[in-house]
Design a protein around this ligand. Sequence first.
Ligand SMILES: [Zn+2]
Length: 247
Amino acid sequence: MGWPSDLADACADLFLGGCCAGCTAPGRLLCADCDAVLHGRARVAWPDPVPDGLPLPASVGAYDGPVRAILLAHKEHARYGLHRPLGQALAAAAALVAGRAEGPDIRSVVLVPVPSRAAVVRARGHDPLLRMTRAAAVRLRAHGYRVDVLPALRQNWPPEDQAGLGSEARARNVAGAFAVWPRSERLLAGRRVVVTDDIVTTGATAAEAARALRTAGAAPCGLATVAATARWMSDFGRRLPILGSGG
Ligand SMILES: [Zn+2]
């Protein structure tokens, strides 16, 4: 099955109206200011409390304002061309966590997206996280990394929606929810594995992904996300409690 082409992206943007997905300024898919946010520096962003087993988390932005609008436009409103700038942000976060991991070859990385519900992917008509993760791999390869994207995780059952749950309830909700596809195990062995997701909230979903990977013998070294849900936007980048809906 093919992903929407560049031409389809352009047609969709034309059809949906020429405005910035981040701030609705008239013009292109992303204005220069909103594009610059996604090209920002990645930072370590720990949730508080830190769930057991959460690998080093890094994000480029806080989940608010233009970043939130851009993620929703890509995920829910078919603005497919946003996968590239979102992938840029994901690539910066992945490079940060891969660079801090132990091991001989920091430029050999496997990106493993957190699994989406199959029914949700079907309803949306695309898998936004997988598209962003593939775009991140393209960016990293352009910088000399050897990168594989491996959707190695499956859901044992679909976890309940995490929105509205506190950190302990989220952890209970997702405990044991993921497993590695048997065919992926040998492809993960000995590789620097980075889990990817669009946002990190309490970290419960990513910690479960990391647990499943470790159970299969893999060694996840980090979590790369576009955004972290932050209570204090201006303090993004320090170690802060992060709140809100999502994973
Ligand atoms: Zn904008």
